[in-house]
Write a protein that binds this ligand. Structure first.
Ligand code: UGA
Length: 431
């Protein structure tokens, strides 16, 4: 199959590479000339394990191409995948300007029947909008639009694409259904075929539900602290019930990233626009907004209310491990709050530090984990990178006199920490 992917962000680049690795000819198109030039030379704009190698492999094997030119990208494509960004507007709505611009450019280069499929997360009704834009330009409707939302996670994007649990296909014709089924056959047997509106809704409902699980367990954690229960055991006990499942029940500082915050607020807005008050998702957002500050309270408590001039070693800046993505990372709110309280922050996150410095004014970082920890008054864990999980606690206890660790990711066993003389505060567990 010949495929043109519009947009080389996370979704476009990873899907494009994985589809080419499955034997398709894929041309990834982006209007950013510098980005395209870099990609042609195997320089990847994001940090994603395994991606550089897979891009190189498929370029070398002659299946993966990059261009800025719609005529070149679309000329022999059977399928055009729209994977441009849909960033949130001030009011929480998804901004569809890039989608609309892509639809116009596609229309201007539509030379024969193609399926135009949207992978970007878009509000219900966007498929119809794209169809309208293209039809207006080309003056006929001998093409198909379709929806095919993406469920990959940053940090395990290739694994998630190659081993997708399901593909969701929203279509209006049997021809488009056949093409999209063929594309996904090597990746999964679970193909949900439906109409475009339902497919668009599945994406928002899935992300909002996962966000709900996180805010729910975080509220359980907050109550656990007050009643002396342990949230990790509560989650374990709940998770064996297959109706609940063990995943996404890790309590902590809440969710960040480019997806859950954006998609929950977009879903609230979608509902609002049709006169429905989506109460649960609004509460999920409110709980998440507060949860990240729990670690600030715990640090304040550890120092009897006064963080002035306290040296805090912050471990991890990214919204989760294995990514350099800082969008809506809890650290972006937590660090300025600590600075406001007079704390002196030195952070460690070799992968995300560059992006973090663009978002957190006056952020100081160090290159060596143990040098950052040395002589601090307390350690604050914000991202559970493997390196942080594998922290040499014996070494730490020699470097940090106070032995205070506030852990926003619940990575250590409180009993073990207590035995070893640490002041250890985590989320939803007895300290
Ligand atoms: C999420 C979804 O998991 C993907 O299925 C979806 O495709 C993607 O959004 C998207 O819409 O593009 P992602 O944002 O990459 O993926 O990251 P997740 O691994 O889902 O984590 C999101 C946030 O939730 C992180 O901040 C993480 O620390 C937090 N989290 C996750 C918890 O606090 N507790 C948990 O139990 C799980």
């Amino acid at each position: 199959m010949n495929i043109c992917v519009i947009g080389t962000g996370y979704v476009g680049l990873v899907s494009g590479v994985c589809f080419s690795d499955a034997g398709n000819k894929v041309t990834c198109l982006d209007i950013d000339a510098q980005k395209v030039e870099n990609l042609k030379n195997g320089i990847i704009p994001i940090y994603e394990p395994g991606l550089t190698e897979l891009v190189e492999k498929n370029i070398n094997e002659g299946r993966l191409f990059f261009t800025t030119d719609y005529a070149e990208g679309m000329s022999d494509a059977d399928l055009v995948i729209i994977a441009v960004g849909t960033p949130p507007k001030e009011n929480g709505e998804a901004n569809l300007q890039y989608i609309e611009a892509a639809a116009r450019s596609i229309a201007e280069h539509l030379n024969d029947y193609k399926v135009i499929v949207t992978k970007s997360t878009v509000p219900v009704g966007t498929g119809a909008m794209i169809k309208g834009v293209i039809k207006e330009v080309v003056g006929h409707d001998e093409f198909d639009v379709a929806s095919n939302p993406e469920f990959l996670r940053e940090g395990s994007a290739i694994h998630d694409t190659v081993n997708m649990e399901r593909a969701v296909i929203g279509v209006e014709s049997e021809k488009a259904e056949a093409i999209l089924k063929e594309l996904h056959a090597p990746f999964t047997k679970n193909i949900v075929v439906t109409n475009i509106e339902t497919s668009e809704m599945i994406k928002y409902a899935s992300n909002a539900f996962l966000a709900t699980k996180i805010s729910f367990i975080n509220e359980v954690a907050n109550v656990c602290e007050l009643v002396g229960a342990d949230v990790t055991k509560v989650a374990e006990g709940m998770g064996y019930d297959p109706r609940i499942g063990p995943q996404f029940l890790n309590a902590g500082i809440g969710y960040g990233g480019s997806c859950f915050p954006k998609d929950t607020s977009a879903l609230v807005k979608i509902a609002d626009q049709v006169g429905y008050d989506f109460k649960i998702v609004k509460d999920v957002e409110a709980v998440n907004g507060l949860q990240r500050f729990k670690v600030v309270d715990k640090l304040v408590e550890a120092f009897n209310g006064d963080l002035k001039d306290k040296k805090i070693a912050v471990l991890g800046l990214a919204f989760k491990p294995n990514t350099d993505d800082m969008r809506d990372a809890p650290s972006v709110d937590v660090i300025p709050k600590l600075q406001e309280l007079g704390a002196d922050i030195l952070a460690y996150d070799r992968i995300a530090e560059k992006n973090a410095k663009a978002l957190i004014p006056n952020l100081r970082t160090g290159d060596d984990l143990y040098e950052v920890i040395q002589n601090s008054d307390a350690i604050l864990i914000l991202t559970e990178w493997d390196e942080v999980r594998e922290l040499d606690l014996e070494k730490v206890s020699k470097l940090v006199e106070s032995k205070v660790i506030v852990d926003g990711r619940n990575i250590f066993d409180p009993a073990h920490m207590e035995e070893n003389g640490f002041y250890y505060a985590s989320i939803g567990r007895k300290t």
